[in-house]
Design a protein around this ligand. Structure first.
Ligand code: SF4
Length: 217
């Protein structure tokens, strides 16, 4: 099967199975506040969505602007975001990002990838989440799931998420860009897991050559 058909088939199955999600970040799309999206994205790194939701909710009840986060005592900030894990490092990042936004961007979240990534603590995935979710830009946020799965499917043959983004930019039809991250994150967490994916019950197994999969269930 040609890759283009394969992509269409796979995306149409997965978008039904994982409708635009109820994740914390996706919920924020309806009423976008760029700063809150940026902070939630930083809190979501290396944790589950439910932990991000708790930490974001607690923090935003007390502070939801760069100025307010900067004014919080470090210990209090750590306590508020404790449930997101790696809370000490994340608290330092939140302080730093808030400080830079105030010093260089008049307290506003910048709208370009270059400016976002010029702030220490903001990587390509976070920058693209902000651009896509807060500013509605057509970019693909690529995390570990969005990198691993297209490689298993044979859509791309890449070693880094940055390269995957470059390749997907060329081959993924634009109509899927808005939901791609949400679908693949949910799919990667539940079925196409990093170690031993659930291939026997996978809804797209007939379209997948399982490239690089050593062990599956
Ligand atoms: S068949 Fe296996 S490797 Fe392929 S997408 Fe499904 S779970 Fe992932």
């Amino acid at each position: 099967m040609k890759r283009k058909n394969n992509i269409e088939q796979v995306m149409s199955i997965l978008e039904k199975k994982f409708p635009i999600s109820k994740t914390t970040l996706n919920k924020m799309r309806k009423n976008p506040n760029a700063f809150k999206i940026l902070i939630s994205c930083l809190l979501s790194l290396r944790t589950q969505d439910k932990n991000t939701e708790i930490a974001s909710g607690r923090l935003f009840a007390v502070a939801d602007t760069p100025k307010e986060i900067l004014a919080l005592p470090m210990r209090k900030l750590e306590k508020l975001i404790f449930s997101s894990g790696h809370y000490r490092k994340k608290a330092r990042t939140l302080k730093h990002v808030s400080k830079v936004l105030l010093e260089r961007f008049e307290g506003k979240v910048p709208k370009t990838r270059e400016e976002l990534m010029s702030i220490k603590g903001i990587g390509p995935k976070t920058a693209n989440i902000v651009l896509a979710f807060a500013f509605g830009k057509k970019v693909l946020p690529i995390d570990t799931h969005c990198h691993r799965i297209p490689n298993r499917l044979g859509w791309v043959k890449t070693k880094t998420p940055e390269k995957t983004e470059e390749e997907l930019n060329k081959i993924l039809p634009k109509k899927y860009w808005g939901e791609f991250n949400s679908i693949f994150v949910q799919f990667g967490k539940t079925i196409c897991q990093p170690i031993s994916p659930l291939c026997s019950t996978c809804p797209i197994n007939q379209y997948c050559p399982r490239i690089g999969v050593v062990k599956s269930r």
